[in-house]
Design a protein around this ligand. Structure first.
Ligand code: PSV
Ligand code: MN
Ligand code: MN
Length: 424
């Protein structure tokens, strides 16, 4: 299904008066509001193909209905999101869950929805049918060179799919690790990983990036071979200028200061991008901003500060992606909420009075520094984010319109109650 312009316009008309009142009220005190709206209009967040279906937990999966059963339908779903918010103009694929049989056709289909292809993701954390060697004890770090070669070849294959689709980055997340002391020689595991990544890196086109994701724990519980940002940064630095660290917000030990990590990676020119989500306990993959919205704001505060310091374009300089999993909510609604939360945090970070903050820091004025940040965080910028959407022809309230139009009901009517989408 595709959304027609008329439904969006009709929805917007009904909300215009209220929206204008809220916008006028908040804009009064924000002289740079036009600049903020322009930045918001450009800011796009990629949707992961694996978050369009129900993920489930270790204990079960309560499947939704009308979920996408093919790559074409996944693209259609992201097209719906993009029509509703004009902020989800890219899809991130996961190979081999998403095999584009005919890349040109898939590209055309995506383009007809206004979508491009973001980073492609490899999968060496599951065994695939017919695969010669098992990844039970890891992939790129494996003690057996034959297993490592198989995993390297897979990543090269993923790069080739990405080239055909116009992607510009490969994201590598490894499940490689150990669950018991003594199981692994840490140095050898790291060195094997580095050597394997070097082979993959050698196949990257000139204008591509390699994102090295890290994760503290899970699926293994004693050690992870790329377990934190230091290990990822070490690998990225040894690999070369096309390799970067990717920060997934759910991949840290409890209470980690992610905004500080982000700040230093940016300073070093090694922050490649993000997997946005939120969590309370572990890699919960919940809706961005649903648990710790202040943390999300503080991260964006560092991002804006660091990107401006290095002259990095906010919209295109880094990879902005969601990585989420849905068990309770409709995946599409959840993704709309995540995109909204990300844009709110970004808008609030753009509000921070950086000159005043600098003065407060230089004067060790702790109270003032906190006041400045919290003033921005406590400003209700929702109407500013909505205005950016309105100007792009999207919905003033995407979630409300999704429900008003009974989008899920229509997808169920079209696709049936099947649910074969792969979700993490
Ligand atoms: C597993 O933790 C994970 O969520 C990683 O964050 C990856 O980015 C994602 O799966 C897709 O492979
Ligand atoms: Mn991730
Ligand atoms: Mn994860």
């Amino acid at each position: 299904m595709k959304l027609d312009k008329q439904s969006i316009e009709q929805h917007n008309q009904g909300l215009t008066a209220k929206h204008q009142r809220a916008l006028a009220f908040v804009s009064d005190d924000i002289p740079q509001v036009e600049d903020i709206i322009a930045k918001l209009e450009k800011f796009q967040i990629a949707i992961p193909s694996w978050a369009l279906g129900t993920g489930g937990t270790r204990f079960g999966r309560f499947t939704g209905k009308g979920e996408p059963g093919s790559l074409e339908q996944k693209i259609e779903d992201v097209g719906l999101l993009h029509a509703l918010n004009k902020s989800s103009g890219a899809i991130s694929l996961h190979i081999p869950w998403d095999i584009p049989e005919d890349a040109n056709k898939i590209k055309e289909l995506a383009a007809s929805h206004g979508l491009v292809f973001d980073a492609v993701n490899s999968n060496t954390f599951q065994d695939q049918p017919g695969q010669a060697y098992s990844y039970k004890f890891g992939s790129l770090h494996h003690v057996d060179p034959k297993v490592r070669k198989q995993a390297v070849d897979h990543n090269i294959d993923v790069i080739n799919h990405g080239i055909a689709l116009g992607s510009k980055a490969l994201t590598v997340w490894l499940a490689d690790g150990s669950s018991f002391p003594g199981q692994l020689n840490f140095r050898e595991a790291f060195q094997n990983t580095l050597e394997s990544l070097k082979e993959i890196y050698a196949h990257l086109p000139e204008d591509w990036k390699l994102f090295v994701e890290y994760k503290a724990f899970e699926p293994f519980f004693y050690s992870t071979t790329i377990g934190d940002w230091g290990q990822s940064l070490l690998l990225a630095s040894k690999l070369g200028s096309k390799a970067y660290t990717l920060v997934d917000l759910g991949h840290h030990l409890p209470n980690a200061n992610i905004e500080q990590i982000v700040s230093l990676l940016l300073m070093e020119g090694k922050l490649g991008g993000f997997h946005f989500n939120d969590s309370k306990y572990a890699d919960d993959d919940l809706t961005a901003g649903s648990i710790k919205p202040y943390q999300l704001f503080l991260i964006f505060n560092e991002l804006v500060d660091g990107m401006d310091a290095r002259g990095i374009d906010h919209s295109s300089g880094l990879g902005w992606m969601i990585d989420a999993s849905h068990n309770l909510k409709d995946p599409l609604v959840d993704l709309l909420q995540s995109v909204e939360a990300i844009k709110i945090a970004y808008a609030q970070a753009l509000l921070v009075d950086r000159v005043a903050l600098k003065q407060a820091q230089q004067a060790n004025d702790v109270v003032r520094a906190q006041e400045i940040l919290q003033h921005a965080f406590r400003t209700d910028v929702r109407s500013i984010v909505a205005e950016a959407r309105l100007r792009q022809g999207a919905a003033l309230n995407p979630v409300a319109l999704f429900n008003e139009l009974d989008v899920r009901g229509k997808l169920i009517a079209e696709r049936g109650s099947q649910s074969v989408a792969t979700g993490l």
